[in-house]
Ligand binder design. Sequence first.
Ligand SMILES: *Cc1c(COP(=O)(O)O)cnc(C)c1O
Length: 396
Amino acid sequence: MKTNELMGTSEEYILHTYNRFPIVLDHGKGAYLYDTDGKEYLDFAAGIAVCALGHSNPEYLDALKGQMDKLMHVSNLYYNEPMMEAGKKLIDASGMDKVFFTNSGTEAIEGALKAAKKYAAQRDGHSGHEIIAMEHSFHGRSVGALSVTGNAHYREPFEPLMGGVKFAEFNNLESVEKLITDKTCAVILETVQGEGGIYPADPAFLQGVRRICDEHDIVMILDEIQCGMGRCGRYFAWQEYGVQPDIMTCAKALGGGVPVGAFVMNHKVAAASLEPGDHGTTYGGNPFVCAAVSKVFDLFEQYNLISHVQELTPYLEQKLSGIAEKYDCISGRRGKGFMQGLVITGRPVGEVIARAMENGLLVISAGSDVLRLVPPLIITKEQIDEMAEKLEKSLA
Ligand SMILES: *Cc1c(COP(=O)(O)O)cnc(C)c1O
């Protein structure tokens, strides 16, 4: 089928919840994608921060194919070896204690919220607790996750959502303190806000939230779905802040492209929250996705991906800051590691993204005016140069 025909057929059958870019992606190799017309794109979107290993990594694919031939799915009624391996690797990387595998980031958020509520209900002998979330946050589109998402435009058509949620200002500790009551059971935040516009937490803010949570026995939930898995130069972005959450959520890059998420807890919460019968999922943690997760961790180690991100981050930041200074339509750069944003104020960000696509570079937006770059973690210095060249061509 011709590209136009494919897009037409897609619009005929697939519910229109996305305004898609007018290309049909067909295959990929490393940091490059190819459309059905054979055009090449340097991929600085990575399926929204998912494809950390790039596309079609042969070792990753071999591991998946091997597991496929052996066992795809058995349900959570039985043990399976890949889940045990993936779980151990995630616990080792995070230094936390217990993991529950889910099918998506949203579902990891749901589990984290339930665990926090159960922890408080068990401690207090009653339910009815409240949660503090952040303005401009993004945690997903299900009813629970949407309830803690700080974007009124996403929430309003679906209200009433889950009750008992209050929004504080990100990076403003006083605004969090003001909302604490004896009913507060959790504070949920992204270590680096992604969809909201690439805002890293200030160290003092994150440490302050940790202190407040400790003082009041409140569960601190860090959403690492986008900023985790090496993207910010550590396995998890919070590891650089000297704080550890009580619950962390992961997804996106966790499976390198298979649909998988996880919520991970410390002993305190794990020992006094979800018990048999409290939570479940049919697919979550099945052998196929867990073989992928397990291989992702192996390849992170084999390729020294975290050090690679640390080593190349100054170069990426310097390139982007240089571009930000050169073009009047860019008012600044912010981000951490390979999670970077350029604030485009002089023209619509969508226009720059469309021109970049024409020039063979895939980038995405965040918030209303941020051009977001979340490349595969395997990118090279030369590919950063190529990105900068294509981006400049799109800004000129
Ligand atoms: C993408 C994202 C989610 C939702 O994950 P899904 O896999 O799309 O359900 C939640 N939180 C953050 C920070 C995200 O970036």
